[in-house]
Design a protein. Structure first.
Length: 151
């Protein structure tokens, strides 16, 4: 005789700590190597499947995630599953979000304060490209107008 399983939403929310002062609801179960929570479903129609806990939280609160969209964190806490802290975006939105939070995903790049030619990355001298990577405006101006020299 097979024992009855709890409803999937009850199983999910039982693994969440909602008492965090920041308002984050932190995942208390499996954590993947990338720091995101992992939730395993055991549904008849799909078998055993692993979801990012934040993605599953979004689906419980809002329904299916449209193809090509990612679930991003407003709070920048990878184990947060509070639906109010999550939003949808595409890969470009994710890269921009990383850059704006000082976490450019290219190893070590977000720690750099100056471009390779020595110009400081300031709000006035920095542009984010479509992928969220920083570009030095002074270098871009120099390359589009070579008569300005090497400054």
């Amino acid at each position: 005789m097979q024992r009855a399983m709890k409803p999937i939403a009850d199983r999910f929310w039982a693994k969440v700590d909602k008492s965090i002062a920041s308002g984050c609801w932190e995942w208390q179960s499996s954590i993947r190597g990338n720091g995101y929570g992992a939730f395993f479903t055991h549904l008849i129609e799909e078998g055993r499947k692993c979801y990012g806990a934040h993605r599953y939280s979004w689906m419980l609160a809002h329904g299916p995630i449209p193809d090509g969209l990612w679930v991003l964190h407003k709070c920048d806490n990878r184990i947060c599953v509070n639906p109010d802290h999550l939003f949808l975006g595409d890969r470009t939105d994710n890269m921009r979000d990383c850059a704006q939070k000082g976490r450019v995903c290219t190893t070590g790049q977000s720690n750099k304060t100056h471009c390779k030619r020595g110009h400081e990355f300031t709000a006035e001298n920095t542009r984010l490209n479509k992928k969220g990577h920083r570009k030095c405006k002074a270098c871009e101006n120099r390359s589009s107008n070579p008569s300005k020299g090497n400054t």
